[in-house]
Design a protein around this ligand. Structure first.
Ligand SMILES: [Zn+2]
Length: 217
């Protein structure tokens, strides 16, 4: 099921006071335009953002688990270059990664680390995803994995990606087992390079989590 295309414009927010003394910002849901307290109303979250589990393997059998088909949430993911992206990524994360983390059990605490969580337009979209994983078995760590090469892979071929490595540096974690987090998996080049960087250290990549997989039709 595809999502309704959304316009990339700031959502109008109105400050309203209710009769019972409560007040809040109210705005229009980006998908159905009904009045809502969040950028995507609860009914649209229920209808369009219910997560599935998509699995694929990269490198030496490292599993990548994704929750949405890229084509279904493409327009929402594009908000990451705007101010609204902060809210949209928080909503996507709470519907998928946060639920995953709640049910995740492991013999010891593992760390989750986001790919390249540097700040653009006032926030880091991958740090939002990572933060949502905080749970009894997962401890998010920040500023650990950065690309020295800021080349964008968006729309680029696998060949281009191989010729232009992102050159990740991984700051050692005290935690042995690591979950890597990113928003989209396309060819798997970025995650593969990140796994290599982590596995060269004392840590070990358990598996990867992404919001959306572009290879799922
Ligand atoms: Zn709605």
């Amino acid at each position: 099921m595809g999502l309704v295309p959304i316009a990339r414009r700031p959502t109008n927010r109105y400050y309203v006071c209710f009769k019972d003394g409560l007040s809040n910002f109210i705005m229009k849901c980006m998908l159905c335009e009904s009045l809502s307290l969040t950028h995507i109303c609860s009914s649209c979250q229920e209808t369009f953002l219910r997560p599935s589990i998509y699995k694929r393997k990269i490198l030496n059998n490292i599993e990548v688990i994704s929750f949405y088909k890229y084509k279904d949430i493409k327009d929402l993911l594009h908000t990451k270059h705007t101010d609204i992206g902060y809210y949209i990524y928080s909503i996507l994360a709470s519907n998928s990664l946060k639920e995953f983390a709640k049910n995740f059990e492991y013999t010891e605490t593992v760390s989750s680390i986001a790919i390249d969580d540097n700040i653009k337009s006032g926030y880091s979209h991958t740090a939002i995803l990572n933060k949502s994983l905080k749970s009894k078995s997962i401890k998010p760590e920040f500023n650990k994995l950065r690309a020295k090469n800021s080349v964008s892979y968006s729309g680029k071929s696998r060949e281009f990606r191989l010729k232009n490595p992102r050159d990740f540096t991984f700051k050692d974690s005290k935690v042995k087992d690591i979950i890597l987090v990113d928003d989209i998996i396309t060819t798997g080049s970025t995650l593969s390079q990140a796994i290599d960087a982590v596995n060269k250290s004392k840590s070990n990549t358990l598996f990867c989590l992404t919001l959306a997989d572009a290879s799922v039709k």
